[in-house]
Design a binder for this molecule. Structure first.
Ligand code: GLV
Ligand code: MN
Ligand code: MN
Length: 402
């Protein structure tokens, strides 16, 4: 039904683009490596029989016509990575979707529905602290104001798009109309499937990421000449707040919160840190719990800032609502898993995915693939060829049922 050798070859070839010395991958949006990845995947799409174009934000969009003009089935994922990321996060979803289309074409099967496969721009949010750029555009919710967000070098998304070589066009051009539903294959990035001894899983819902940027300003002074009781050390303040992020999060069983990026100014051995900036990523499948955790963290941060005479600024980078996967679609995915002879395991996703942007527009469904040791956002990310084959077959079967 599907050609696993071809799919594995494509995964291997794509994983060579942006390879780091650790064996991980750096592909950040609108940079050369990410562009090369898109160009390679464009060839895969063309070989699979799709017509392909780049939209106004640089999403790579492949299209296979159906037997009728019914609304299209949308498949996709992303090609960008986190710093030193793995080879499966995102890439697998794009390549397995292309493999399904290739197999349909090869076997002379024409679906009633047309199929769109999209490699969405910047799902991870690594470069601009703002993720799912491409899927926001496809959903029609990306604004010109969003494009003014900048990376660490001060380059805006708008500028990055221009530098990438995309002529300025209305953002509305990227909105995909007439979509029936969205399906995505992704690695689990957790241990539930592994602990259950199964290859694949049906996703019930996705936890919503809230990203905040904290900036604490104090006074940079001489590390030798300033007495301990006369300091406004921004890093000590930040450390107390960061420790509290972990402590408070543990009061909620399902919530998670992470400080993953931090910068210290002026960053000298013998200078008291005058300014610290860091991010906090807060998530829960229950929005109220997430927002309560946010409130507690902010309250504690204000207390520390007051006590230590530091100036606190908090900026919201992105706030994505948790979503539920469509019940009907979940049932079809579960049936497909059963027909392949696998036990059905349903699970929520802790990681964010492009499909979240389609909340309220059309139904979404996701198929998870077992991750070895649950490792992801790490060069050691691994899913076996056997599990990938099963997941791609589940996607194929699900499409046939539609
Ligand atoms: C992407 O992997 C995210 O969940 O942030
Ligand atoms: Mn991903
Ligand atoms: Mn990811």
């Amino acid at each position: 039904m599907i050609n696993i050798e071809r799919l594995s070859r494509n995964i291997e070839e794509l994983s060579k683009i942006g390879r780091t010395p650790n064996g991980g991958i750096n592909r950040f949006s609108y940079f050369a490596e990410e562009k090369a990845a898109n160009e390679l995947v464009k060839q895969f799409m063309e070989s699979a029989g799709m017509t392909v174009h780049y939209d106004s934000v640089g999403n790579l969009v492949g299209r296979l016509e159906g037997a009728s003009d019914l609304p299209a089935i949308l498949l996709g994922s992303h090609l960008d990575t986190v710093p030193d990321g793995g080879r499966f996060d995102g890439s697998l979803g794009v390549l397995s979707a292309i493999e399904v289309v290739h197999s349909l074409k090869e076997n002379g099967i024409m679906l009633q529905h047309p199929v769109n496969v999209v490699a969405f721009k910047d799902e991870e949010g690594t470069r601009f602290g703002f993720g799912m750029i491409g899927s926001r555009a496809v959903a029609g919710s990306l604004t010109r104001k969003d494009l003014q967000r900048t990376d660490d070098e001060g380059i805006s998304i708008e500028q990055a798009i221009a530098d990438y070589g995309i002529p300025r066009r209305p953002l509305a051009d990227s909105k995909l109309e007439n979509i029936r539903l969205y399906l995505e294959v992704h690695i689990e990035q957790g241990k539930i499937l592994e602990n259950n001894g199964v290859s694949v899983g049906n996703v019930t819902g996705i936890a919503g990421p809230l990203w905040l940027k904290f900036r604490l300003k104090g006074q940079s002074e001489h590390a030798g000449a300033t007495p301990m009781n006369q300091r406004q050390d921004a890093l000590v303040g930040a450390s107390l707040i960061i420790a509290e992020v972990e402590k408070t999060s543990k009061h909620f069983s399902s919530a998670v919160a992470t400080v993953g990026k931090l910068s210290v100014k002026p960053n000298g051995v013998n200078v008291i840190p005058g300014e610290v900036e860091w991010t906090i990523d807060i998530r829960d499948i229950d929005e109220d719990i997430r927002d309560e955790l946010e409130r507690r963290i902010k309250q504690f941060a204000e207390k520390i800032a007051n006590e230590r005479h530091l100036k606190l600024e908090i900026t919201e980078l992105q706030r994505v609502k948790p979503i539920q996967c469509n019940e009907g679609l979940q049932n079809i995915i579960k049936e497909s898993i059963e027909e392949i002879g696998q036990p059905v395991v349903s699970l929520p996703s802790g990681a964010g995915h492009d499909g979240m942007q389609f909340n309220g527009l059309f139904p979404i469904g996701m198929i998870f693939v077992r991750s070895k040791d649950g490792v992801s956002h790490n060069p050691g990310e691994f899913s076996s060829e056997e599990d990938i084959e099963i997941a791609t077959k589940v996607l194929f079967k699900t499409m046939m049922k539609l």
